[in-house]
Design a protein around this ligand. Sequence first.
Ligand code: HEC
Length: 144
Amino acid sequence: MAKPNDGGYPRAAVLGAVLVVMIAALGGVLAPPRARAQSDVDISKIFWCKDGENGGQTADQCAEVRDLILQNCTACHTFVPIVKAQKTEQEWDATLGPHRSRLPDLSDDDYAKIRAYLVPHFNLQHPKPELPPELEKLGTGLPS
Ligand code: HEC
């Protein structure tokens, strides 16, 4: 005659396994939604182009420079310190001079186009663009 417990799993182990599964399932339901990785940034408002205010650049050139900046100037820091800057021409040169060697693959022509965009756009005549809170929180995000 077999004992009552033979062949079956010990009751405590079964209960334990059920509990583990339930807790795992609950955890899945209660876990906070993953923070949204993307923010709703309207890049054409931040890097704006307005006819007659682009420092002599056409609308097409202006849009092209926007891409140049986004592709080349965000490798080491975000675009925040760039768009929050309100610099005079001399101040831009003080930033761009030491930066030149940081962008060895960029042609002189493209570098000049970037300068020609930055000077008439990010200066004291234009208010700093409002950024989504998550970007404002980052601050300038400059490497230390
Ligand atoms: C190879 C890395 C690197 C790249 C690429 C780079 N930066 Fe920077 N940037 C830095 C570092 C490091 C600092 C911190 C201050 C410093 O050392 O100049 C900085 C600081 C800045 C600042 C804030 C300080 C200031 O002088 O006002 C601005 C504005 C800026 N960068 C603009 C640009 C622009 C525009 C480009 C593209 C043409 C660019 N950066 C590309 C590394 C880089």
